[in-house]
Design a protein around this ligand. Structure first.
Ligand code: AQP
Length: 339
C-alpha cells in the first residue's frame, strides 16, 4: 500500500499556536503536550500561527524570528517532523484563499458572540481591527483545509472550534459534502491553566506582569521564584475542588507536570502547608521544562536543518490544502477559466 494512502486512512489532527511571545506553561499543558501524544496515532498537522499573530501589532523582524523559534520549541517538546507536518501558517497561502469563502458564509452575529474577541478588543482598545473580529474564520479555514477530525486545544478555544463545526455543516448543506466536521480535543487536566497572580484569569503569554505566567524558557530559579510568589487564596486547604482558585491552579499544574491525578496529588499533600505544595509544584515544572529547554538550544544551533524542515513541512501542508481549495473553488464557481 502507498504510504500516502496509509496516512489518509488515519484520522487527521490540526492545531497551532501564535508566535506572539515566549510560550507559557499554559500553552504546553493545554496544547503542545497533546500535540506530541497525538502524533503517534493521527495524521498530524501542527502550525505556527503567524497570520493570527498580526491581529495584534507585531514588529516584522521579531515576528519572523519568533515564528522560527516557536517551531524549534515545538520540535524540542517532541513534535517529530518525520511523524507530523510542521509548518508556518503564512507559507501556505491556501489558508487565506479558503478564509474568504468562509467569511462569506459566516454571520456577523456569530462573530459578535466570540468571547475571545470581546477580551482582546478590551485589551487592545486602540486597535480593534477587522482581523481581530474575523480571526475565528481564519481558524476555521486552518482546520477545514486539512479535513481535520480532532483539534487539540485549551478550553478557551472550544467556542472557535464550535463555530468551525457550524461553518462546515452549513457549507456541506449548501454545496454538498465537502468538509469533515471537526471535534475539539480538550485535555482533562491542564485545559485552563490560570495566572499565578490573578487565578481568575487564564495564564497568558501577553500578560504584562511576568509573575503571572511561567514561560517555557524561564530558567529554574525564575520558575521557583514565580511559583513561590503565586497567590494562594484560602486558609491552608489543599483539595481537588475549585473553592480556592489559586491553590487549585497550583494543584492542577503539579498534577499535570507530575503525571498524578488531581486526587492523588491532593491526597499526597493533604495536611501539608502551601510551602510544600509550591516546592513540589516548582520541582515538577522544572523537571518537565528543563529537558525541553536543552533540546531547544540544541535545535536552534542548526538553523539550516530548521529551515529545511519548515520548507518540507510547508510543501507537504500545501499539497493537502490545495486539494480542499480546488474542491471548494469549484463548488462556489471560481473555476470559470480553464488554463
Ligand atoms: N492558560 C492556558 N491553559 C491551557 N491552554 C492554553 N492555551 C493558551 N493558554 C492556555 C492554549 O494554547 C494554544 C495556543 O494558544 P495561542 O497562543 O494561539 O492563543 P491564545 O489562546 O490567545 O494564547 P495566549 O497565551 O493567551 O496568547 P496571547 O497572550 O498572545 O493572546 C490554544 O490551544 C490555547 O487553548
Amino acid at each position: 500500500m502507498e504510504s500516502t494512502e496509509r496516512t489518509e486512512q488515519r484520522k487527521t489532527v490540526l492545531s497551532g499556536i501564535q508566535p506572539t511571545s515566549r510560550l507559557t506553561l499554559g500553552n504546553y499543558l493545554g496544547a503542545l503536550k497533546n500535540f506530541v501524544a497525538m502524533q503517534e496515532e493521527f495524521d498530524s498537522f501542527y502550525m505556527v500561527a503567524d497570520m493570527h499573530a498580526i491581529t495584534v501589532r507585531q514588529e516584522a523582524a521579531e515576528l519572523r524570528r519568533r515564528s522560527v523559534e516557536t517551531a524549534a520549541l515545538f520540535m524540542a517538546c517532541g513534535i517529530d517532523p518525520e511523524k507530523s507536518t510542521l509548518f508556518i501558517q503564512s507559507s501556505v497561502p491556501e489558508h487565506v484563499m479558503l478564509t474568504w469563502v468562509l467569511n462569506c458564509n459566516t454571520y456577523m452575529g456569530e462573530l459578535n458572540r466570540m468571547t475571545q474577541f470581546k477580551d482582546k478588543s478590551a485589551r487592545h482598545a486602540d486597535n480593534i481591527n477587522a482581523g481581530l473580529f474575523t480571526y475565528p474564520v481564519l481558524m476555521a479555514a486552518d482546520i477545514l483545509l486539512y479535513q481535520a477530525h480532532l483539534i487539540p486545544v485549551g478550553a478557551d478555544q472550544k467556542q472557535h472550534v464550535e463555530l468551525t463545526r457550524d461553518l462546515a455543516e452549513r457549507f456541506n448543506k449548501l454545496y454538498g459534502n465537502t468538509f469533515v466536521v471537526p471535534e475539539p480535543y480538550i485535555p482533562k487536566v491542564g485545559a485552563r491553566i490560570m495566572s499565578l497572580q490573578e487565578p481568575e484569569n487564564k495564564m497568558s503569554k501577553s500578560d504584562p506582569n511576568p509573575n503571572g505566567y511561567i514561560a517555557m524558557l524561564d530558567d529554574p530559579d525564575t520558575i521557583v521564584r514565580k511559583i513561590k510568589r503565586a497567590v494562594t487564596d484560602c486558609e491552608e486547604c489543599i483539595s481537588p475542588d475549585r473553592c480556592c482558585p489559586g491553590v487549585y491552579n497550583l494543584l492542577t499544574i503539579y498534577s499535570a507536570c507530575s503525571g498524578k491525578t488531581l486526587e492523588e496529588a491532593a491526597g499526597e499533600l493533604e495536611g501539608q502547608g502551601y510551602g510544600v505544595l509550591k516546592a513540589r509544584t516548582a520541582d515538577a515544572v522544572v523537571s518537565v521544562l528543563e529537558p525541553i529547554q536543552k533540546e531547544y538550544a540544541r535545535i536552534l544551533q542548526d538553523k539550516r536543518y530548521l529551515n529545511d524542515t519548515l520548507v518540507n513541512g510547508a510543501e507537504k501542508a500545501q499539497r493537502r490544502a490545495r486539494r480542499t481549495v480546488s474542491k471548494v473553488y469549484h463548488k462556489v464557481g471560481f473555476d470559470s477559466v480553464k488554463r
